[in-house]
Design a protein around this ligand. Structure first.
Ligand code: ZN
Length: 112
């Protein structure tokens, strides 16, 4: 904070040299200890603590899955049902074709 005459400019640094909280203290590229404030959960700062590795618990994984689900049209069970329907309709089409051919051969149905 700078004081000029009767006016003060700027703010005091929030994590200045006399800040009483926990420091990161990771080894920096200069070889000194990092002075950034540490997160409580891992004791390191945002630069040295690494990124989140994601949810681990089944509840957390389920919550993420539900968040990312838009309509459920492409879920595994829906795709399996679609594949089953496609297989049934394929077999029905081939069966109809076989019956038509048999009727045409027997002369019971015109060829067109
Ligand atoms: Zn750090």
């Amino acid at each position: 904070m700078i004081v000029k005459g009767c006016k003060t400019y700027g703010f005091e640094t929030r994590f200045g040299p006399n800040w009483p909280g926990q420091r990161c203290l990771a080894k920096t590229r200069r070889g000194t200890a990092c002075q950034r404030p540490a997160y409580k959960h891992n004791g390191r700062c945002g630069l040295h603590g690494g990124l989140s590795t994601g949810a681990r618990t089944p509840e957390g994984l389920k919550r993420i899955s539900e968040t990312n689900l838009k309509h459920g049209r492409m879920t595994k069970d829906k795709l399996a049902i679609q594949r089953q329907i496609a297989a049934v309709s394929r077999s029905l089409r081939s069966e109809i074709k076989r019956i038509e051919k048999a009727l045409i051969n027997a002369g019971l149905m015109p060829e067109d």
